[in-house]
Write a protein that binds this ligand. Structure first.
Ligand code: WT7
Length: 564
C-alpha cells in the first residue's frame, strides 16, 4: 500500500469509488457530527471578525452548486473568481467542486490584462466578483470575453453589469440540501494559471484526487491536525492559497484564520497572537519584511501558541530560518513545490531540525532527482532518455517521477505544452537544484527566464506584450532584478519609437501604463535602451540584460545559470 493509498483510505469517499474535494472538506465533517466546529475565522480589513462552521459552509456551498446548475454550468466548465479573501470566495470554491465544475481563482490585484487573458483562455461563462473589481478590471476588457454570461456580484448592486446578479439573492435560490453527485477522482477540479518564458499563461489542471496529496502533505509536512488553529497567508488566487489555504485545512478539520487585509508587520504579529495560531504557512518575502520590522515588535506579542512555521514559493535564506528560531521560537521549515505539482514535493518535516538553506527531502511517495543539462540549460534529452546525476552536489534540472495524486493533468487546451513538460519518464520542473550527500535538495535557480517577485511567478512575455502597446514603445525586454526583500523585482528595458525623446515624464507614463493594465505584475523600473540585445532568431536576450543589470561582464555569459 503506498502512502497515497493510505491517506485515500482515511478519506470518506463517495459510493462507487467517487471522490469529491468538497465532500471531504465540509460535508464529511457534518456527517460525522462536527458540523458546529469552526472551519474559518474571517478577519476583515478593519479587524471585524466573523466565523463559518463546517455546517454553514456545507449548506451554502450546496446552494451555490445548485445555483450553478440553474445557470447552465456543466461538469468540467470553468467557474472564475476575482475576489479578495472574503467568505464568498470559500463558498464559491466549495460549491464549484460540488457542481463538478472547475474552479479558476484569479488574484484580485491583477490588472485588466492578466484578468482578460485568463478568462478568455478558460472560456469562463461564470465569474464571481464584486462590483468594484468588475468596474476596474473586467469592464474595460468585457468585449474580449464573449463567453462570459453570468457575473455574480458579492455585496450586490448590478446596475449596468451585463449578466450581473447579486450573489446573495442568487444564492438564496439554491438548494442548501444539494446532494453532490458521484464525482470521478479523475474529474477536473482546479484551473490555476501559471507563467512560462514565452506565450500566453498556462492553465494547469488538477483533479479531485489531488485532495489525497493535500491531506497527506499538510499532515506530514506541516504537521497539521484536527482542531489546530492554522494560518496560510497565501491568497487563493495562487495555488498555495487553494491547496493549503482552502482544501487541506478543511479536510483535516483544522480552523483557518483568513485575513482580508494586506501585509503589515504589526497586524500580522497581532493576528498570530490574538488568534493563537499554532501552525503557520507563509512566504520568505513576508518573513524578510518581518525581520526588517525589527525583533522588538515581535517581542511585544505573545507567540507562544506557535508550534510549527513553514514557508514556500521562493528561496528561503538560511538567515531567515535562524531568525525564526530566535524570534518566533521556531526555525522556518522550507517547502518546495509548484503550481503544476499541486502539493508539497520537497520539504523539511516537523520534528526534524531543518538545515538552513536546504529545501529538505522529497516527501513520502515522491521520487525526485536532478538531471544533466544540455546546451539550452534544461535537462538534456537524447533519443527520449535523460541522465540522472548521481554524484552529490552536481547542479541539474530538478525532475519528479510521475504520477502522484495532485500532479497536473494538463495545460488547459494546450496538449503540446503539457507533453513538452515530460521527458524520459520524468516531469521537468524548470528549476535548477543540487542534492547533497545526505539526500537534501538545495535550490540553485530557475532554468528559464520566469521571474519570482514576492513569491509570485511573473511571465516576462506577458509584461513585454503589454509594454509594447504603449504608443512610445517599439520593443521591450523584461527581467527579474535581484532585490533583498522581494527576491526579484520586475524590471523593463524599452526601445522607443524613433523621434520620441526619453525623459522622466515618459518613464513615469510607461510605469503608470504598466500598472493600469497589469496591476500587481507591472514593472517597478523602466530603463530606456535603444540597442536591446537579440539572439540570431531575433528574440530579446533577457539573460544578457540580466547580466548587465548584475554588473557581470557581458562576454562572460557562461557564468550565468542556464546559458549555453
Ligand atoms: C516556483 C513555482 C507552489 C508554491 C507557490 C509557487 C519557486 C517554490 C521554492 C522554494 C526556492 C521555490 C521555484 C518553483 N519556488 N518554492 N522553497 N525555494 N524556490 O508556485 O508560482 O508555480 O512557482 O517557485 O522556482 O518552480 P509557482
Amino acid at each position: 500500500m503506498t502512502v497515497w493509498d493510505d491517506t485515500r483510505a482515511r478519506l470518506a469517499g463517495q459510493p462507487g469509488g467517487g471522490l469529491n474535494i468538497a465532500v471531504e472538506a465540509v460535508d464529511r465533517h457534518v456527517a460525522e457530527g462536527r458540523g458546529q466546529d469552526v472551519a474559518l475565522r474571517f478577519v476583515g480589513r478593519h479587524g471585524e471578525r466573523s466565523v463559518a462552521t463546517f455546517a454553514g459552509l456545507s449548506a451554502d456551498s450546496g446552494a451555490l452548486a445548485d445555483l450553478l446548475g440553474q445557470l447552465g454550468t456543466r461538469p468540467g466548465d470553468a467557474v472564475f473568481t476575482l475576489l479578495g479573501r472574503v467568505p464568498e470566495l470559500y463558498v464559491t470554491a466549495l460549491g464549484t467542486w460540488k457542481a463538478r465544475a472547475v474552479l479558476s481563482p484569479l488574484f484580485s490585484a491583477f490588472g485588466p490584462e492578466p484578468v482578460a487573458q485568463r478568462l478568455a483562455l478558460g472560456r469562463g461563462r461564470v465569474l464571481v466578483t464584486t462590483e468594484q473589481l468588475y468596474r476596474r478590471k473586467v469592464a474595460p476588457v468585457r468585449d474580449r470575453l464573449p463567453d462570459l454570461e453570468h457575473v455574480l456580484l458579492v455585496g450586490g448592486s448590478t446596475g449596468g453589469v451585463p449578466g450581473g446578479t447579486a450573489f446573495d439573492g442568487a444564492l438564496a435560490q439554491g438548494d442548501r440540501a444539494f446532494v453532490v453527485p458521484r464525482t470521478d477522482p479523475q474529474d477536473p477540479a482546479l484551473l490555476h494559471f501559471t507563467s512560462g518564458t514565452t506565450g500566453t499563461p498556462k492553465g494547469a489542471v488538477h483533479v479531485h484526487e489531488a485532495v489525497v496529496a493535500h491531506a497527506a502533505t499538510a499532515a506530514g509536512v506541516l504537521g497539521l491536525r484536527r482542531g489546530d488553529v492554522y494560518w496560510c497567508t497565501a491568497d487563493p488566487g495562487w495555488v498555495t492559497g487553494t491547496s493549503y489555504g482552502i482544501i487541506a485545512p478543511l479536510v483535516l478539520g483544522a480552523t483557518s484564520v483568513v485575513d482580508a487585509g494586506d501585509f503589515e508587520a504589526r497586524r500580522w504579529y497581532e493576528l498570530l497572537a490574538a488568534e493563537r495560531v499554532e501552525v503557520w504557512y507563509t512566504a520568505p518575502t513576508a518573513l524578510r519584511m518581518l525581520m526588517r520590522a525589527g525583533d522588538e515588535l515581535a517581542g511585544e506579542h505573545d507567540l507562544s501558541a506557535l508550534r510549527h512555521v513553514a514557508s514556500v514559493g521562493e528561496p528561503l535564506n538560511g538567515e531567515v530560518v535562524l531568525w525564526g528560531a530566535r524570534v518566533l521560537g521556531h526555525p522556518v521549515h522550507d517547502t518546495w513545490w509548484q503550481t503544476e505539482t499541486g502539493a508539497i514535493m520537497i520539504g523539511n518535516p516537523p520534528g526534524e531540525a531543518p538545515v538552513p538553506g536546504s529545501m529538505g527531502r522529497p516527501v513520502p511517495g515522491i521520487e525526485a532527482a536532478v538531471l544533466a543539462r544540455g546546451d539550452d540549460g534544461r535537462a538534456r534529452v537524447t533519443d527520449g532518455a535523460v541522465e540522472v546525476l548521481t554524484d552529490p552536489d552536481q547542479v541539474g534540472e530538478l525532475a519528479l517521477r510521475p504520477p502522484w495524486p495532485s500532479m497536473f493533468r494538463g495545460y488547459w487546451g494546450a496538449p503540446e505544452r503539457y507533453a513538452a513538460a515530460f521527458a524520459g519518464g520524468w516531469y521537468l520542473t524548470g528549476d535548477l537544484a543540487r542534492v547533497d550527500s545526505d539526500g537534501r535538495f538545495w535550490f540553485v535557480g530557475r532554468a528559464d527566464d520566469v521571474i519570482k517577485s514576492a513569491g509570485h511567478l511573473v511571465g516576462p512575455f506577458e509584461v513585454e506584450s503589454v509594454l509594447m502597446e504603449h504608443p512610445a514603445v517599439v520593443e521591450a525586454g523584461v527581467i527579474g532584478k535581484p532585490d533583498p526583500v522581494a527576491g526579484e523585482l520586475v524590471k523593463a528595458f524599452v526601445t522607443l519609437r524613433s523621434g520620441v525623446e526619453p525623459d522622466e515624464a515618459l518613464r513615469a507614463d510607461i510605469l503608470a501604463f504598466g500598472r493600469r493594465r497589469l496591476g500587481s505584475v507591472a514593472p517597478r523600473e523602466v530603463d530606456f535602451d535603444q540597442n536591446l540585445p537579440h539572439t540570431r532568431s531575433g528574440k530579446v536576450m533577457r539573460r544578457l540584460l540580466r547580466a548587465r543589470e548584475l554588473g557581470l561582464p557581458e562576454g562572460d555569459l557562461s557564468t550565468l545559470e542556464g546559458v549555453s
